[in-house]
Design a protein. Structure first.
Lengths: 302, 266
């Protein structure tokens, strides 16, 4: 018995320290290159910039940086979140039915269809967006179809095009964002749908639920974790993205990401840039927490 | 799995699903088709003339090829290191119960819920403050950072149901800890690790936003090259290289489909 105890003790002791050993490289990396940089960013966000022509700055608890960042960029901030929200909603509307179809009616083609969803995203993000730029261009195929059908007046009237153009409109940016982040919506929804026990639907049917109410009261609530995860994976990168705005949006549809980058790399105004990115992150975090609370899926946030 | 009640009759759903899949492939088809186009000007935007020239000499555009090779090198380095670090974390989190595991989980998720511009900006300020020279190393550090979280979380999800008593069984049968790891643990977690490694590779090779913050003036990656010259020129070489990456991916995909269908048949 004594020997068994001793063996168990050593395995226990090993078990107590082993996880920390395995974790240490990753934790060190995350602290050094994630937490410390965020700390540096926060400090610079509160710094003063005595000379407008030099990149130097000094720490001075300058909270007015934050109010300045908001008031100087209020329209960009609003636009970024509006575009990202519109793209996320569009992605849910487009992605949910496809995820549903693959999960419940995919049969033996399920893996094939999942692969087809992911495959386009193995071409570069930039190249895909450039392809959309050509597709939506003034002499491109999308407007060609509209013109041959003599629908320019109609599409202008319903806001699909502006003066017969697709490129450089808000809609083009939202469309690009929707396209580029769609798989991040489809995959989590698919995963949560796939987990649903099909017998629940049989039970609903046996209890005389109509298909629509079975969907609304059984499938939809059970797939909410997927919608939640998909929304985060879509909304956060979409709000910070500036590639779609750059290629598809033109001068009037800029987004906050571009502004942050220009403040850092072109204007070298580090305090302004840092405070703007901190504000952006705070808004996102508050939004995520509020959204989690509204959906009642707090446990997913952690 | 059978269809849920009432959904069997609906023809609208498969039609819509087909449309969405088509939508996903429209730009991809465009990219591949225009790799065979000889553009009239410097922009490869409208169809001019069929040619195989760009496919015959896919690497003839030197700045683009150079950037492409740099991106490949970066992706190899970043995905190898990130996969090693991330897989160790995943094993620790899935295998052991210990104090602070909740905090570690939050720490792992945070880089994924932080917008890329904030990650890029914060790393930029760090390197700038410490006067670290921007270049290959700084970009690799950034790529490893966002890949580690992806690797740790995907590997963890893959091995959560893993039966760890197999390790004990091997030890009971006289196998030492290293032999147990090599013969039992490693083969079981390998598929998850490979999948995570491929994901990291894809994330790294495609990243533009974070990279543009920490690359400095000397390093130009493939996405950076495309972004910088997009306003003035889009040579079909871009399409050729993109189609090649796509082709390799399709081959890997078909291979894995065949393998998994064989396994199901067996």
């Amino acid at each position: 018995m004594a020997k068994v105890d001793a063996v168990e003790n050593t395995t226990l002791r090993r078990a107590r320290f082993a996880p920390y050993g395995l974790l240490s490289p990753g934790i060190i990396w995350l602290i050094l290159f994630f937490l410390v940089p965020l700390w540096t960013l926060a400090k610079i966000a509160l710094s003063d910039k005595p000379n407008p022509f030099l990149p130097e700055y000094e720490f001075s608890w300058k909270f007015s940086n934050f109010t300045d960042a908001v008031s100087d960029n209020i329209d960009l901030i609003g636009k970024s979140f509006l575009y990202a929200a519109a793209a996320t909603i569009a992605a849910i509307l487009i992605g949910y039915p496809l995820a549903y179809f693959i999960a419940f009616r995919g049969g033996k083609y399920r893996n094939l269809m999942l692969g087809l969803v992911i495959l386009p995203f193995y071409t570069s993000f930039l190249i895909r967006t450039l392809a959309w730029k050509s597709l939506l261009a003034d002499r491109g195929p999308a407007l060609g179809v509209v013109r041959t059908l003599h629908l320019t007046g109609v599409t202008d009237a319903i806001g699909l095009t502006q003066n017969g153009r697709l490129l450089n409109t808000a809609l083009a940016v939202i469309g690009g964002l929707t396209y580029n982040f769609l798989p991040f919506m489809i995959l989590p929804i698919y995963v949560s749908l796939e987990k649903i026990d099909i017998r629940l639907l049989d039970a609903a049917k046996d209890l005389y639920a109509r298909p629509s109410s079975a969907f609304r009261r059984v499938v939809l609530p059970l797939s909410m974790p997927g919608v939640f995860a998909g929304t985060l994976l879509c909304f956060i990168p979409a709000a910070g993205d500036f590639i779609n705005a750059e290629f598809l949006g033109g001068p009037n549809n800029g987004m906050i990401g571009k502004r942050v980058r220009d403040l850092f790399l072109r204007e070298s105004n580090y305090p302004a840039a840092a405070s703007l990115s901190i504000i952006f992150m705070i808004i996102i975090t508050i939004g995520v927490l509020a959204y989690a609370r509204a959906l009642g899926t707090e446990e997913l946030a952690g | 799995m059978s269809a849920p009640a009432g959904a069997r009759q609906s023809r609208l759903l498969p039609f819509f699903a087909g449309l969405v899949l088509l939508y996903l492939f429209i730009p991809i088809i465009w990219i591949v088709v225009f790799s065979f186009n000889r553009p009239a000007g410097r922009q490869n935007v409208s169809w001019n003339e069929f040619t195989l020239d760009y496919w015959k000499h896919p690497f003839a555009n030197e700045p683009l090829t150079e950037a492409f090779i740099k991106s490949l090198e970066l992706a190899v380095v970043a995905s190898l290191i990130a996969t090693a670090i991330g897989a160790l974390m995943a094993v620790a989190l899935a295998r052991y119960r210990f104090k602070g595991s909740g905090t570690i989980n939050v720490l792992l998720v945070l880089p994924l819920t932080t917008p890329e511009i904030v990650l890029g900006a914060s790393l930029f300020t760090l390197f700038f403050n410490r006067e670290v020279a921007f270049g290959f190393e700084t970009v690799a550090i950034a790529h490893i950072l966002f890949c580690v979280s992806f690797v740790a979380l995907t590997v963890k999800a893959r091995i959560r149901g893993f039966d760890w008593t197999l390790e004990d069984a091997a030890m009971d049968l006289g196998s030492g800890p290293f032999r147990t790891f090599r013969k039992v643990t490693f083969p079981l977690i390998l598929p998850g690790i490979l999948a995570a490694g491929m994901l990291s590779f894809a994330l790294s090779i495609d990243d533009y936003i974070i990279t543009s913050f920490v690359a400095g003036d000397s390093l130009v990656t493939f996405p950076m090259r495309i972004f910088n010259q997009a306003r003035t020129q889009t040579p079909p070489y871009i399409n050729v290289l993109a189609s090649m990456i796509l082709g390799v991916t399709v081959l890997l995909f078909v291979f894995s489909l065949i393998r998994s269908s064989r396994r199901e048949a067996a």
